[in-house]
Design a protein around this ligand. Sequence first.
Ligand code: MN
Length: 131
Amino acid sequence: MAKKVLIVEDNELNLRLFRDLLEAHGAEVRTVRDAREALDAIRVFLPHLVIMDIQLPHISGVELIRMMKADSLLEDIPVMAVTAYAGKGDESRVREAGADSYVSKPISVSRFVLAVEDLAGPLGGGFVRAG
Ligand code: MN
């Protein structure tokens, strides 16, 4: 069974990059561009992992992570935060909200996939799609 990954990201280029990378490794991917739709989308899709941009309009990624961790249906879903922030205070703020890992932009492609599989396990469930 392919792993299900939900990406919350308002930047179209990053969103496509993450989605293409994960699909190339065999994951089943859903994407959310508007933070206000994120929690409903997570409840419906019930992914093995959420990749969460932190800088989002309307509701920040930190706030969304807090809301997930306060929801008994969603609290056990691992969250990988992705952010352009550089400061150490920002990383601890993201981790305190409940993020399981933290990757800074611009991402390293190989490290990104490793970090995802570290939380979700092998994405393709035993086979890698060609092409
Ligand atoms: Mn953003």
